[in-house]
Design a protein around this ligand. Sequence first.
Ligand code: UDP
Length: 343
Amino acid sequence: MNILVTGGAGYIGSHAVRQLLKASHSVVVYDDLSHGHKESIAAASSGLKTSAEFVQGNVADSKLFTDTLNRYSIDAVMHFAAFIEVGESVVDPEKYYRNNFTNALSMLHSLRSGPKNGVKKIVFSSTAATYGNPLTSPIQEDHPLLPINPYGRSKMMTELAIRDFAHAYGLGFAILRYFNVAGASPEVEGFGLGEAHEPESHLIPRVLAAAAGKSAAIGIFGTDYDTRDGTCIRDYVHVDDLAMAHVLALAKIQDGKGEVYNIGSQNGFSVREVIRACEKATGKTIPVEEKPRRAGDPATLVASSDKIRKELGWTPKYPDLETTVSHAWKWHQSHPMGYKSSR
Ligand code: UDP
């Protein structure tokens, strides 16, 4: 298929681009490079027979977006482009509603005027943040959506729009609700594809920055949660396993129908446990500093991923947190300045 990947120069998007190319799809990355890195597009295809095309643009630019759909005869869109910081979404909700919801709606509108009576398949990057504070754990896909921050709400609103577009206009969809994603692709020589957010807010890269001596300590945001050691529990998945889930989900999409899948490991790790796994993987002692809670954080988020395992045969290749962390560490060591290290 001809696939357009919005946000394909970002962390998860670029890993998905690689898995799509490996599965013999033709890929066009559509990214405004506000957060993505052009270098990641080349890295995603390194060692492969084909590479992705690149169009620089924002999904809100309906003319460029629609022209791109037509120019490349796009069959399906994977929509990764979004802002992702929970804390920032609490302070600046408009930024999140505008980019993650309004621009997604504009993108959905453009799909209707795409080639061959419109593009009829979408894989959408959603999030465990749509569930809010879980009423049951591990969380199943039919758990009520009760997001507790604007980031989660902006993603939930896009999910609802996609469902309505499916019902009314025959769009076929797969909504993937990610839990926590980490690691880097071991397939790319020299660990040249990895996580480079600016600023970096995620736990694992920040712990590794502390291990590398780039920061004095890792701050633990809250030690008084109702969890086994007082710190938040999250469910971490290797980025290549997450990318593979997109390829599997895409293959099953039918016009006018859709499915929602959680992508997690079914194992929860506390912030302190993650720090210990990083100490093991790096062989370093990592100084910690206990800090107040971060706004918008639920205490525990652990996925039931039974549905995607059973229906799509998804089996994580890297189920173990230490392996995931050690891949992230290799990327971090070979790219201490992120993609700036490869310039
Ligand atoms: N966290 C932390 N220190 C940091 C970054 C994150 O203690 O420097 C905590 C955060 O409060 C949350 C967990 O680590 O409980 C995972 O946060 P992350 O931002 O990686 O992902 P999220 O779960 O928000 O998607």
